[in-house]
Ligand binder design. Structure first.
Ligand code: CAP
Ligand code: MG
Length: 409
């Protein structure tokens, strides 16, 4: 029987189709495997429904236009994504839904997507993005450099805020809550935001502009209330975990007109989806969605320099997904974080370029002379890499960097 849903070689109009590239592992031929995905995710099921007319199949059926090696390209008609209700959950239910569970496919990875402008136009995009953040922080060219307050949990609000202050005195422009800290009894959101805001105001009076991303990752019905608590207490930036909360949580913050601060997007749990190169959803796909729904900054990894597992070619594609052209949407700043210290800056910035927000938690708080010196060492290392001077050379005249390199050599 001839497989349906096959249109090999057909050119897809990028305005008319949501185009998805999948890597597939299956005992089926690659054409048949592609056809099973298109069928399951558009007009079909495991058998031919008597209710499926030729007209429905033609209008709404996914089309496999390429099936080579282990890759298939499928175009889903934009009408499959029409209507005022549905959003990213509905998009994902098609492009990344049941297909992962089909028994006939051993593994499937959603490798890349091209989202038509008729769909991206429905979403807010970042309010600030790279240029907005640079303007806010008065840092026009160099990477933004920040920290994550460590230990991850345990500091009470006053000590937490003091960490942020010391990081600012060392020269950092950014800091953030860790992903596991939200509103625990030992450091409630309201008191933490209020204590940090006081210190950020003090830093500003002293001539240094800095922002801190407050984690409002919570249940869907509470997220805007949590954002309100933060904003009422002077928050200059909010943070949300896109995968534990869901894409709709990021969008709720980005879209709300009363939220006039940047939204920092963390990706805790992404490894469950992204780490197996043959299965799951690639980070560049997640990046395109996060940019579309309004994330101002988003974690993409450290190109193999830090503590987290890296797929370097995907990280380079993630960077492009956030800063390359995407129907004119404002650019999201890629965040490199996880196990970084000053000694990594030359290698990191060779791959990241300058449009990056670099963060170090342990690499700031673990400096032998404390947070302020650790922050200064990070800034010195970034300055050295920016100016093309070797870290060892720069360290000869910069004591904090010298000690950091000794500590982590
Ligand atoms: C970094 C971090 C971040 C990781 C997550 C952490 O701290 O706060 O959550 O960056 O990885 O807790 O590990 P350190 P990714 O600087 O102390 O490692 O950005 O790859 O999602
Ligand atoms: Mg963290």
């Amino acid at each position: 029987m001839k497989e349906k849903y096959l249109a090999i070689g057909e050119e897809l109009d990028q305005d008319e189709y949501f185009i998805c590239d999948y890597k597939v592992k299956s005992d089926l031929s690659i054409e048949t495997a592609g056809s099973r995905i298109a069928e399951e995710e558009s007009t079909g099921t495991w058998t031919r429904p008597t209710t499926l007319t030729e007209d429905i199949y033609k209008k709404y059926g996914g089309k496999v236009v390429m099936a080579e090696g282990n890759m298939v390209r499928i175009g889903f008609p934009v009408v499959d994504f029409s209507g005022d209700i549905g959003g990213v959950p509905q998009i994902l239910s098609i492009i990344a839904g049941n297909l992962f569970g089909l028994d006939s496919l051993k593994k499937v990875r959603l490798h890349d997507i091209q989202i038509p402008s008729v769909i991206t136009e429905r979403y807010p995009g970042p309010k600030f993005g790279i240029s907005g953040l640079r303007k806010l922080l008065d840092r026009p060219e160099k990477p933004l450099v920040g920290t994550i307050v460590k230990p991850k949990i345990g500091l009470p609000p006053k000590e937490f805020a003091e960490y942020v202050y010391q990081a600012g005195k060392g020269g950092l422009t950014n800091s953030k809550d860790d992903e596991t800290l939200v509103d625990q009894d030992f450091c409630p959101l309201e008191e933490r935001v209020s204590a940090v805001s006081e210190k950020l105001d003090l830093l500003e009076e002293e001539g240094h502009m800095m922002i801190h991303a407050h984690n409002v990752s919570t249940s869907g019905h509470e997220i805007l209330d949590a954002a309100d608590i933060a904003l009422e207490n002077g928050a200059r930036q909010l943070m949300v975990d896109v995968l534990t909360v869901g894409f709709s949580g990021v969008q709720a913050l980005a879209e709300d007109p009363s939220i006039d601060v940047p939204v920092h997007v963390h990706r805790a749990m992404h490894g469950a989806l992204t780490k197996d190169p043959e299965h799951g959803i690639s980070m560049p796909v997640i990046c395109k969605l996060v940019r579309m729904i309004g994330g101002d900054s988003f974690h993409i990894g450290t190109y193999g320099t830090g503590k987290m597992h890296a797929n370097i070619s995907e990280e380079l594609r993630s960077k492009e997904a956030l800063i390359g052209d995407m129907h004119g949407i404002v650019r999201t700043i890629p965040v490199s974080s996880g196990g970084l210290h000053p000694g990594h800056m030359t290698d990191l910035m060779e791959k990241s370029g300058n449009d990056v927000q670099i963060q170090a938690g342990g690499g700031v708080s673990g400096h032998p002379d404390g947070v302020r010196a650790g922050a200064a060492a990070m800034i010195q290392a970034v300055d050295a890499a920016y100016e093309g001077i070797s870290l060892d050379e720069y360290a000869k005249t910069h004591e904090e960097l010298k000690k950091a390199l000794e500590r982590w050599s």
